[in-house]
Design a protein around this ligand. Structure first.
Ligand code: DGI
Ligand code: FE
Ligand code: FE
Length: 188
């Protein structure tokens, strides 16, 4: 599938605002893929589809997760996590993309994961720093992304964990596991 076909498919699934966010993630992803030596076409497709399920009703997402036994525990955590799991499932079974690297990048794009590939990290970081994002610290995140992918990932994970803890929200274990893994790679 080429870029234009993919964009036409996701545009139908998303609100205008979410589609614009997706285009931002695509441009950030292409830059990072070039910089860090990842297949640009593959990375671009992962970016285009990363929020495929973002605009679905939560009861519909819940049903897809239950009916297909996609995850035993995610339903007991924040609903924000669900669109990544449902997205990976639908991009495979509804859109027909079979590339496991792309599907995994979509699956881990919200929670992170202990064993993230370079592509998974690129999508996670691109989602965080895309040009439409505007939050305190985003410029620092952009700067780190230009210097070291793992440092940018750590910055995003750390801020997300702090943000969730500040709200006294639940935090999905994958997010801690991703954080711990990267701290270990830095010798912590
Ligand atoms: O879909 P997007 O808005 O583009 O971004 P995303 O898929 O990374 O979702 C981010 C939101 O998910 C962010 O506001 C934090 C929230 N969230 C809720 N629970 C968790 C979580 N993020 C992580 N990493 N881990 C959680 O347990
Ligand atoms: Fe998302
Ligand atoms: Fe996103």
């Amino acid at each position: 599938m080429n870029r234009e076909q993919a964009l036409r498919i996701v545009e139908k699934q998303l609100t205008k605002k979410r589609y614009e966010h997706t285009l931002g993630v695509v441009s950030a992803t292409v830059e990072l893929a070039k910089q860090y030596g990842v297949d640009v076409q593959k990375a671009e497709l992962a970016a285009i589809f990363h929020d495929y399920a973002k605009c679905m009703a939560t009861d519909e997402m819940e049903k897809i997760i239950r009916d297909n036994h996609l995850s035993a525990d995610v339903l007991t955590y924040n609903k924000e996590l669900w669109h990544a799991i449902v997205g990976a499932y639908l991009v495979e079974h509804e859109v027909g993309i079979k590339d496991q690297d792309i599907l995994q990048a979509i699956l881990y794009h919200t929670s992170g994961h202990e064993n993230m590939t370079k592509l998974d990290k690129i999508i996670y970081v691109a989602d965080y720093i895309e040009p439409g994002r505007n939050f305190p610290g985003v410029d620092r995140a952009r700067q780190l992304a230009g210097e070291d992918l793992d440092k940018a990932l750590l910055f995003a994970l750390k801020n997300t964990i702090s943000f969730l803890a500040e709200k006294e929200s639940l935090i999905y274990p994958f997010t801690f596991q991703a954080y711990n893994k990267i701290i270990r790679t830095f010798g912590g």
